[in-house]
Design a protein around this ligand. Structure first.
Ligand code: ADP
Ligand code: MG
Length: 747
């Protein structure tokens, strides 16, 4: 049964708005609001999980055992893959992909612009006699040279030598989407510098593995490998596709640049964990099915705090794979949302005054022996290992809190950070009551009395001891940007549209360096004859004291915390272009160099790209806002003002002079307010345009980004205030843009 919409007193199969000429403008068919039912195939998830992935299991059907042995050995132990092996793998890979319906292949890479990039080639070639052969060589798998001159490189690669190579990352399995075989690749300049997020992420896991493994040897000589796990939680908004199409700001910038808060928003907190609306559920079911087929182990879905805000989370995986999977899911989301007549908003702050979206990155360290190094152990001895890693993470976050903030900063996340509901723009670590008690005890314990470990591996630490730590998972602080949650750290400041890699590579590298320094210190003490446990304990104790400023259990949103953090020497900068400077601080450059994750040249080029992207994003927003107010807002306001003025004149003709005064009072007030706001808007738009011209003349990317931040953003905010006031006054029938109450509540 077709839905009937009753819009402004007109019943119709369409829904839409009344335009300024009092005509009904259809925005879309009302029936498009009906759920599009989707049912995953009957049967168990395991029947279709990773169906579109060339898994190890599947490789065995297509590739010879001897080749696979070498391939797996190379992947598992970080060794290079020879050309011959690549050739044999490519042949099997193409066969599988074609059996799976693929006709094309693409190197799938992660440029610094964000998102993923791909260039598709067909699996065929022409022989010299003009006949057709199906072909996919080892070299096509191994390495490609996309004409990538238009990807940002921050000056590393001049356009006349536009050589960037994408190279196969065999540790992330290939998969088929539609008719295309997608090959996860790194993206580097011909000189070897990284032009993407994946390359330094892989380097950072190698550094972390090495450093963590050596620290593990204090406790267990059998550890061969340590890797970082990532479990991301992706938040997003859905918006009806037709309403989205009627909001040029959402379409062009991903967020609303204006819009008065809806009378009902999230006050009742009735959305969080509420029942998922039917149309949304159909979308989620299909999204999960598609993600599962692509090998992403999605597990959790729920409503979020804001209206029309949702979250999806998988089971954690190795950080490199998890990061690929996150990007993959983001693109699947966009595709599936369209099918359900929605648009997905991955922007961190699509709407002012309601919660923004983040991407909590749950991070932990795991050994090949199956031990989670951030989970408290069963006995005091394993707890000493746990405390070792916990305290080293605290130290790393303490030393590099500015860098970690830079790693999550962007023009879009800027609107979320520091706002009231989101993590504050100061990085601190929350560990909960029990861990705080343990750290306090350790701090007070005397090193001199030594620690004794008896045959049963029971440990006594002077006055204090580390008991079996049973963690209460309800001990949570939602205001912390970096929180310990029982068996992992949760980096919550990461933005919903971000590539997880940016934050994870900074964290991995910082912890890797820290663990290396820790080992040097402990080894130094052991060399001087101190017993191992005592040396470990002494350094841990010292770290607990040094890293204290980063440890904060209170309310991260409070003003007191801002003042306190300043006193503690934490990074309190809030201007994103200046936060990017942290990448170039000498200790950061040294740390990335020592861990082999990024060179100084790479860091410099990354900063250039970040500043440039920042300016461009604000520039686009500013232009869109200017156009919208001139073409939509002011005409509507003027038209309403004219109606009121005509009314004033008409009243004058009908009523006596004394009556007229009181009758027109209200009209006069609104007429004057419209006049005032319109005048302010025009003057601000002029100032904003001039400020843009001035900013564009600045040569340095950093200087330009700072100008955009300092001069253009405040004018945009001022314009918005006046526009939102007008929205409240002007007749709803004349307002051409869908309002927050429609964008947020239609589902
Ligand atoms: P919450 O919203 O309460 O933080 P969720 O269940 O939404 O929790 O998400 C938890 C995320 O943390 C999931 O992605 C999960 O896989 C991940 N996770 C759980 N344990 C670990 C771990 N040891 N290391 C990394 N990630 C983990
Ligand atoms: Mg979480």
């Amino acid at each position: 049964m077709p839905l009937k919409f009753n819009f402004n007193r007109i019943e119709t199969d369409f829904y839409g708005k009344i335009d300024m000429n009092n005509r009904f403008v259809a925005l879309g068919k009302a029936t498009s609001r009906q759920p599009i039912p989707f049912e995953a195939p009957k049967g168990k998830v395991k029947d279709y999980f990773a169906q579109d992935v060339f898994t190890r299991e599947r490789m065995k059907e297509y590739i010879a055992d001897t080749v696979l042995e070498q391939l797996f050995d190379a992947v598992d132990n970080g060794r290079t893959i020879s050309r011959e092996i690549a050739n044999s793998v490519a042949i099997g890979m193409r066969k599988w992909a074609m059996d799976h319906g693929a006709t094309h292949y693409t190197h799938w890479f992660q440029p610094l612009t964000g998102g993923t990039a791909e260039k598709h080639d067909a699996f065929f070639n022409l022989k010299s006699d003009g006949s057709f052969i199906e072909e996919f060589s080892g070299s096509a798998l191994y390495q490609q040279e996309p004409d990538a001159s238009s990807f940002p490189s921050g000056g590393i690669r001049n356009t006349f030598e536009a050589r960037g190579y994408s190279a196969w990352d065999p540790s992330s399995p290939v998969f088929v989407i539609g008719d295309t075989l997608c090959i996860p690749t790194i993206f580097v300049a011909y000189t070897g510098e990284a032009l993407d997020y994946k390359t330094p992420l892989i380097r950072s896991t190698a550094a972390l593995c090495k450093a963590a493994r050596e620290v593990c040897w204090y406790f267990d000589k059998g550890v061969r490998h340590v890797h970082a796990n990532l479990g991301w939680e992706q938040e997003y908004f859905l918006v009806d596709a037709d309403l989205y199409a009627a909001r040029p700001d959402l379409m062009l910038t991903g967020r609303t640049l204006m819009g008065h808060l809806s009378a009902k928003n999230q006050q009742l907190e009735d959305h969080y964990f509420g029942a998922i609306p039917e149309r949304v559920l159909a979308f989620m079911t299909e999204l999960e099915y598609e993600a599962l087929k692509a090998g992403v182990p999605v597990k959790t879905r729920h409503n979020e705090v804001a209206p029309n805000q949702f979250e999806m989370a998988p089971v954690f995986e190795d950080v490199n794979l998890a990061s690929d999977h996150n990007l993959l899911v983001m693109s699947i989301m966009e595709r599936v949302a369209r099918k359900h007549h929605f648009r997905v908003l991955l922007h961190e702050k699509p709407y002012a005054s309601v919660n923004g979206s983040g991407k909590h990155c749950n991070w932990s360290l795991q050994t090949n022996t199956g031990v989670n190094l951030l989970a408290p152990g069963k006995n005091p001895y394993t707890n000493l290992q746990f405390v070792t890693f916990l305290v080293n993470v605290l130290m790393a976050v303490y030393k590099y809190n500015g860098l970690l903030k830079a790693s999550i900063s962007s023009a879009t996340n800027e609107h979320r950070l520091g706002a009231n509901e989101a993590p504050p723009a100061i990085i601190s670590v929350f560990v909960g009551k029990q861990i705080t008690e343990v750290l306090d005890k350790l701090e007070k314990a005397s090193v001199d009395k030594g620690i004794i470990i008896n045959a049963k591996k029971e440990m006594k630490l002077g006055v204090a001891n580390i008991p079996e730590i049973l963690l209460d998972n309800t001990d949570r602080n939602r205001t912390s940007p970096f929180a310990f949650t029982g068996n992992r750290f949760e980096f919550r400041a990461v933005g919903s549209s971000a590539n997880c890699g940016a934050a994870m590579l900074a964290l991995n590298a910082a912890v890797a360096e820290q663990l290396t320094l820790f080992k040097q210190e402990v080894d130094g003490r052991i060399a001087k004859g101190e017993p191992k446990e005592q040396a470990l304990f002494a350094v841990i104790k010292k770290y607990i004291i040094t890293s204290k400023p980063i440890h904060f259990e209170g309310n991260g949103y409070s003003d007191e915390w801002r003042a306190e953090a300043q006193k503690r020497g934490l990074d309190c900068e809030t201007s994103v272009p200046k936060i990017f400077d942290r990448y170039l601080a000498s200790e950061v450059v040294n740390m990335f160099d020592a861990t082999g994750v990024l060179t100084k040249a790479e860091l410099e080029s990354r900063c250039e790209v970040k500043w440039e992207t920042y300016s461009k994003k604000v520039q686009i927003e500013s232009r869109v806002l200017g156009d919208l107010v001139i073409n939509h807002v002011l005409p509507a306001a003027k038209r309403y003002q004219t109606m009121l003025l005509q009314n004033v004149l008409a009243v004058k003709q009908v009523f006596s002079e004394r009556e007229v005064e009181s009758l027109n009072e209200q009209d006069y007030t609104i007429i004057r307010r419209i006049e005032k706001h319109s005048g302010e808007i025009i003057s601000c738009v002029d100032k904003m345009t001039a400020a843009r011209h001035e900013a564009n003349r600045i040569e340095s990317e950093r200087g330009k980004a700072i100008a955009y931040h300092d001069t253009i953003l405040p004018l945009m905010a001022e314009i918005r205030e006046h526009v939102d006031e007008l929205e409240m006054i002007v007749d709803d029938e004349l307002w051409t843009l869908p309002k927050y109450r429609e964008l947020l509540f239609v589902r």
